[in-house]
Design a protein around this ligand. Sequence first.
Ligand SMILES: Cc1cc2nc3c(=O)[nH]c(=O)nc-3n(C[C@H](O)[C@H](O)[C@H](O)COP(=O)(O)O)c2cc1C
Length: 193
Amino acid sequence: MSKKRIGLALTGSFCTFEKALEAAKALMEDGWDVVPIFSDNAYTTDTRFGRAKDWVDTFESMTGNKAISSFVQAEPIGPQKLLDLLLIAPCTGNTLAKLTYGINDTCVTMSAKSQLRNGRPVLIAVSTNDALGGSAKNIGMLLNYRNIYFVPLRQDDPDAKPRSMIADFGLIPKAAQAALEGKQLQPIFLSAS
Ligand SMILES: Cc1cc2nc3c(=O)[nH]c(=O)nc-3n(C[C@H](O)[C@H](O)[C@H](O)COP(=O)(O)O)c2cc1C
């Protein structure tokens, strides 16, 4: 039997790339073939959390798959049914907004549009300081969209960052299995850490 294939799409929440790497390892242990996908910003931006090229190399060598990093590479995801599940982890406030309003101008939004075109699932692991601010309405809208699921999330620092929320990356394998079966892992909102 062939392996289930998951696209792991990274957007520019650079501080969570390490968590995404751990999630990729856990998914591979669960038998997933993991294909890294990078938003244009994630693919090109060097930050205090590391050099973009180093992150791309790390994900490629760990998963054994070449990263998808352009519109042209992402477009066949739908027509060729390349992915059983698309996971966006981490998902920025920027990408949440684009998904909500149907804006498609990055490799990750192209991947999502292509995946949803066939009624296939998209799983979102939010990481944004404005989850309970500017992004709150977008999360609310996306919760109501067909074939979109969320990795359960929590407020990560209610005192210092009262609007911030982050997905529990440790729950990604469970949430992925649930999304594959057309289910939302519950509870969606976890107690603050
Ligand atoms: C060091 C650094 C860390 C960032 N962390 C976050 C974050 O955790 N969440 C978020 O929504 N945006 C974060 N941003 C802003 C995004 O990178 C920015 O909105 C970018 O346009 C996202 O593009 P993308 O969603 O296409 O990857 C960060 C930016 C920088 C430079």
